[in-house]
Design a protein around this ligand. Structure first.
Ligand code: GLA
Length: 599
């Protein structure tokens, strides 16, 4: 049934520019409703002014076009503790310190199963702060608060495991946790062993280190933080159990990447729309390049269902977390969910975007005022998730092109993931009218860039993916600032280059090689544009295996002469990080970057 709030769709031009609008506005035309394809969910979902998601759960996935090159882009799960972003629930956002208890944790586990969340992929039941007391036991172990957890943690862990779920717990690198319970400083090995004995599968490790009993200030000395988060990372590895390590240092530090499977990039989320935008800006724009299998940016737990935002805002929050390959850790009361909350949290097509095995974080490819377009390539051949995001307070038309999605050819299949309905194929561009605080989330299946042939410069190829901390990656010039085409000629240690790629680390590029190439060569270094300052590190990755990792190089160093064997590689990733020095504003160049491939 179509409601007044649902969208209609029509083609505006023979070129296939679409207009997606609330019924009763200017694009309304019942004659053109059949622009929806046969598996349309019926128009209930994705209503941007208070409608509910459609009930079309068992709907078919987008068909992949038959293609002779299908299979040249296979993806598989990588080994490790978190090959895809962890999914689960955490007690903090809803229960805080006061209401956490064994019975509420069991309730959450029951509800995760009964609501269909487990089936949708959620795994972890995570106990946050306040499960412990202020003292250690006589044996020096962390002591469980017996009022809240009368039978201890292991019993709760067993209960959660029997439900086919995993259990997480919380501690802190300092003397006390943020709620001033006993924490792990100086006892990292012992506490990791205790967690392993209890059957813990996930540790969130917090950053509170109060400078005094009566101050809320913390000692945030970076060397100390790095050392202490590192101690627990090592202790967990030695604990004898696979435990996902969630570093919660409240902002991104490059040194957290090798320590944890995920790391918090921002301050605590709150249950209001104004909290969402700044998190997206920080986590989504500057840091995308750091994400990958077993290494995820964590923009904090979800607030979906907690009551402080509209359903539409919650859909946007959840959808953007999926676009950003964020851990999906629900933070609401799972035992009291209305259907709309369940529908958001269990939308399998949106979750599939988050959990996609290609494992790259979506990037913003376009921004105009308060609207933006985000693209995340998916493992399925030719597939991209595309988000049209309206963070403003007015309805906006938002457009993108196949080129924005790094697709070639002249058309792509389109599916609306919130409404779970397929739309007409798009031609070169697509326009939708998007309500305030809302998003349209699409899956496209189109045509991947051509495979390389012969001896080819990367700057002459189309990438599948490009994440860059500042503006677009530049072809045949240094990165410059955040505008396109604003760099100087590529120059490394006084030598100028006609060709290459200019990047602002963190940067991650991905190209399809389709097993056709055997050599990647480049001169790589900090570009002369930033003089001798700057320090970066280069990584060449083939099908999720690191083929080459440089040491940190500075602007004073001679360029690295890379010559990497890429035989048998389907997809090549080139990552540049910031050299661990806390300066996230470096400029680097892959000069004369080229491939040797079959003709
Ligand atoms: C910090 C963390 C939160 C939560 C609380 C618990 O603020 O960032 O996510 O764990 O501590 O006290």
């Amino acid at each position: 049934m179509r409601t007044a709030m649902a969208f209609t769709l029509r083609s505006l031009t023979p070129l296939g520019i679409f207009c997606m609008v609330p019924l009763l506005s200017r694009c309304e035309s019942t004659a053109q409703l059949d622009a929806h394809s046969e598996d349309d969910a019926g128009g209930e979902g994705g209503a941007q002014e208070g409608g509910s998601t459609g009930g079309d759960d068992g709907d078919s996935e987008t068909e992949t076009p038959t293609s002779p090159v299908e299979g040249e882009f296979p993806v598989a799960a990588v080994a490790g503790p978190a090959p895809t972003p962890p999914m689960g629930w955490n007690s903090w956002n809803k229960l805080g310190c006061g209401r956490i208890s064994a019975s509420r944790v069991r309730e959450a586990a029951d509800a995760m199963v009964d609501s269909g969340m487990r089936e949708a992929g959620y795994q972890f039941i995570n106990i946050d702060d306040c499960w412990s007391t202020e003292e250690r036991t006589e044996e020096g172990l962390l002591a469980t608060d017996s009022k809240k957890f009368p039978d201890g943690i292991r019993v709760v862990a067993d209960y959660v495991h029997e439900k086919g779920l995993k259990i997480g717990i919380y501690s802190d690198r300092g003397n006390t946790t943020c709620a001033r319970r006993m924490a792990s400083r100086g006892n990292e090995v012992l506490d990791a062993k205790t967690f392993a004995d209890w059957g813990i599968d996930y540790l969130k490790y917090d950053n509170c280190d109060y400078v005094s009993d009566d101050s809320n200030g913390h000692n945030l000395d970076e060397d100390l933080m790095r050392t202490e988060f590192g101690l627990m990372s090592e202790a967990l590895k030695e604990s004898g159990r696979d435990i996902v390590y969630s570093v919660c240092a409240w902002r991104f530090y490059e040194w957290a990447v090798p320590l944890g499977s995920l790391w918090r990039t921002t301050n605590d989320i709150t249950d209001e729309w104004s909290s969402i935008g700044p998190i997206i800006e920080k986590n989504g724009v500057e840091l995308a390049a750091y994400a990958g299998p077993n290494q995820w940016n964590d923009p904090d737990m979800l607030e979906v269902g907690n009551g402080g935002m509209t359903s539409e805002e919650y859909r946007t929050h959840f959808g953007m977390w999926a676009m950003m390959s964020a851990p999906l850790i629900a933070g609401n009361d799972l035992s009291q969910m209305d259907q709309e909350t369940i529908d958001i949290l269990t939308n399998k097509e949106v979750i599939a975007v988050d959990q996609d095995l290609l494992a790259v974080q979506g990037v913003r490819v376009k921004k105009e005022g308060t609207t933006s377009v985000w693209v995340k390539p998916l493992g399925e051949f030719g597939a991209r998730a595309v988000a049209l995001l309206n963070q403003g307070n007015d309805v906006q038309d938002i457009s993108f092109t196949l080129r924005d999605a790094n697709l070639t050819g002249s058309s792509a299949k389109v599916r609306d993931l919130w409404r779970k309905s397929s739309l007409d194929d798009m031609k070169s561009d697509f326009t939708a009218r998007v309500a305030p605080h809302s998003m349209l989330m699409l899956k496209l299946v189109g045509h991947e860039p051509e495979l390389p042939s012969g001896n080819v410069q990367l700057s002459a190829m189309d990438w599948v993916y490009a994440a860059n901390a500042n503006g677009p990656v530049e072809k045949n010039q240094a990165n410059g600032s955040n505008a396109a085409d604003d760099g100087d000629r590529i120059s490394l240690d006084g030598t100028e280059y006609e060709t290459g790629l200019g990047v602002a680390p963190g940067s991650l590029l991905m190209y399809r090689l389709g097993k056709k190439c055997d050599r990647f060569r480049a001169d790589a270094g900090v570009d002369d544009q930033v003089g001798d300052s700057g320090s970066v590190a280069f990584q060449v990755i083939g099908d999720d295996k690191v083929l080459y990792q440089s040491d940190v190089v500075t602007g004073a160093d001679a360029p690295l002469e890379l010559n990497v064997d890429v035989t048998g590689i389907y997809r090549l990733k080139l990552r540049v990080t910031n050299g661990m020095d806390g300066n996230l504003k470096d400029i680097a160049s892959w000069a004369n970057a080229r491939l040797r491939c079959e003709d």
